[in-house]
Ligand binder design. Structure first.
Ligand SMILES: [Zn+2]
Ligand SMILES: [Zn+2]
Length: 134
């Protein structure tokens, strides 16, 4: 199974809970810790929110999971993948990936800052096509 492999590649034990976290997260695309908790409890009824947090953060430390911070909303989490930006619908709350590599586009400006940059996050908010029809 691919997640088992991924976890082991990142020097993490592929525990059933971690595998479930990755599965649920990839199905959802982007998910808040609260929603993830609701879903994972259907499988592991005894898991605590603290344990879930700890697992998610362990996987964030090795860059398997990434945080998506959205102002005015709950932080969501996603499986780490190629660079992209996000669009968010202000009406229904949908959060979607759009292909975009902010780091490459900002290369010149980053060089001028003399920082070593590892993350740029862009969230474009607006109204999704479905909500525009309403
Ligand atoms: Zn919408
Ligand atoms: Zn995303």
């Amino acid at each position: 199974m691919k997640y088992e492999h991924l976890l082991k590649n990142h020097q993490l034990k592929a525990t059933p809970q971690r595998l479930a976290i990755m599965q649920l997260m990839s199905q959802a695309g982007h998910i808040s810790i609260e929603d993830l908790y609701q879903e994972i409890r259907e499988k592991f009824s005894s898991i605590s929110l603290a344990t879930l947090y700890k697992n998610v953060h362990t996987m964030m430390d090795v860059s398997l999971i990434r945080e998506v911070k959205i102002s005015g909303q709950k932080t969501k989490y996603e499986i780490e993948k190629e660079a992209h930006a996000h669009v968010m619908c202000k009406s229904c709350g949908e959060l979607k990936d759009i292909p975009f590599n902010p780091l490459s586009l900002l290369q010149k400006s980053i060089e001028m800052s003399h920082y070593t940059a590892d993350e740029v996050s862009i969230v474009i908010s607006g109204i999704c096509p479905e909500c525009q029809k309403k």
